[in-house]
Design a protein around this ligand. Sequence first.
Ligand code: NAI
Ligand code: UGA
Length: 436
Amino acid sequence: MKIAVVGTGYVGLVTGTCLAETGNQVICVDINEKKVKMMQEGKLPIYEPGLELLFTRNINQGRLHFTSNLAAALEESKIIFLALPTPPGGDGAADLSYVLGAAKDIAGLIKEYKVIVTKSTVPVGTADKITAVLQEHTNIEFAVVSNPEFLREGVAVEDFMKPDRIVIGTLDERARKLMGELYAPYVRQGNPVIFMDQRSSELTKYAANSFLATKISFMNEIANLCELVGADVDMVRRGIGADNRIGRRFLFSGIGYGGSCFPKDVQALAKSAKENNYDFKILNAVMDVNDIQRAILVEKVKNYYKGDLKGKKFAIWGLAFKPETDDIREAPALYIIDKLLNEGAVLSVFDPEAMENVKGVVGDKIYYANNQYDAIEGADALLILTEWSVFRTPDFEQLDAKLKAKVIFDGRNLYDIQKMIDCGYYYNSIGRKVVS
Ligand SMILES: NC(=O)C1=CN([C@@H]2O[C@H](COP(=O)(O)OP(=O)(O)OC[C@H]3O[C@@H](n4cnc5c(N)ncnc54)[C@H](O)[C@@H]3O)[C@@H](O)[C@H]2O)C=CC1
Ligand SMILES: O=C(O)[C@H]1O[C@H](OP(=O)(O)OP(=O)(O)OC[C@H]2O[C@@H](n3ccc(=O)[nH]c3=O)[C@H](O)[C@@H]2O)[C@H](O)[C@@H](O)[C@@H]1O
């Protein structure tokens, strides 16, 4: 099938590449000409494990193409995916200007029946808005389909190629058939394609992200309670996760959820509920808890140094909002860096992939170390903010030798408490006892 993908961010690139991998002819369009040129030269603009191999293979085999010319991309494509940004507007609601703007452009260019698919995360009623824009500007037949994307950064290829489920929101029979054919190669036994109406599909995406964010905020509150009552959150997590009704995943307490989606989507769903005269109380609490949790490590550091961080040198391991990505959008690390700098601390940071992105935002106010051990040289304490594998089993001899003091604040609970006691560290993690 011939497919156009409009927008080559995370979702557009993964969607386009994976659809090409199953034999489709895919043309990806972006208004960012620099990015398009880069991709035409075979260079991938993001770090995502496993994507480069597929990206290169499909370009070389002539199935994956890039352009900034929307008209050319639409010409022969039967299905047009919109993978455009939906950032929070000033009031927290999703900004639909990219999506509706593209719909208008598409309306002016199509000459035959097209299926227009929203991959972007959009509020309930957006398919109707896209339909209205198209109807206003074209007489050509079309169907608007909601097909939310559930991929996680860092495991995006796996998530797209082997999805838990595929949600397709349309009542248009022709579109339903085409979408069913397109996704047939990705369906594994028991992992269904779920067809529904557009509104239910749009809400499914927000409900999924908000439910996962709720799980995280819930566990962060349990962690805070654990610290007060002398319980261990890792034990509680294992204890409740063994119940299939609860499940083992997404129960890790830490320094709050970040990334380009959870913060914006929880906020957008709360806003959309409010617009419909519904006060979504749980979501408001989820956001409040996350705000508090993002500050928790800084509070622990301040308590340890009795409020005076001036001139203290801290090493930071991990900047990306989670491992296996260079994405720093809404990363807790950015918030923590800002707070520590305001307190007069001196920072030396290391992340396996996100250094360049942080340089672009934070600039030369901090030292960008060459590796994780360079970062800790002479530091008063180490702060761990992202659970990259390389931080899980560090060389403790180097830690002992390079840190000025044996002090670790761990926002991701990477180390065994007993080991830290044996090694003589002051070790403060999340929801577990503080040892020294
Ligand atoms: N990042 C993620 O892991 C996931 C994101 N989503 C949703 O997917 C949507 C896209 O997210 P990302 O891929 O992260 O976005 P992004 O912000 O990384 O990329 C968007 C791309 O669209 C391009 N663009 C903007 N206007 C355009 C236009 N008129 N024509 C062509 N290209 C245009 C930009 O240049 C950029 O390359 C959002 O709604 C997001 O909530 C859904 C699931 C996962
Ligand atoms: O809509 C989206 O963009 C995507 O948002 C999330 O994916 P992603 O943001 O890539 O990352 P997650 O793995 O979900 O992590 C999000 C945040 O939650 C935090 N988290 C995650 C899990 C956990 O147990 N505890 C926890 O604090 C992570 O550290 C991270 O900051 C969802 O998991 C995807 O299904 C969804 O498609």
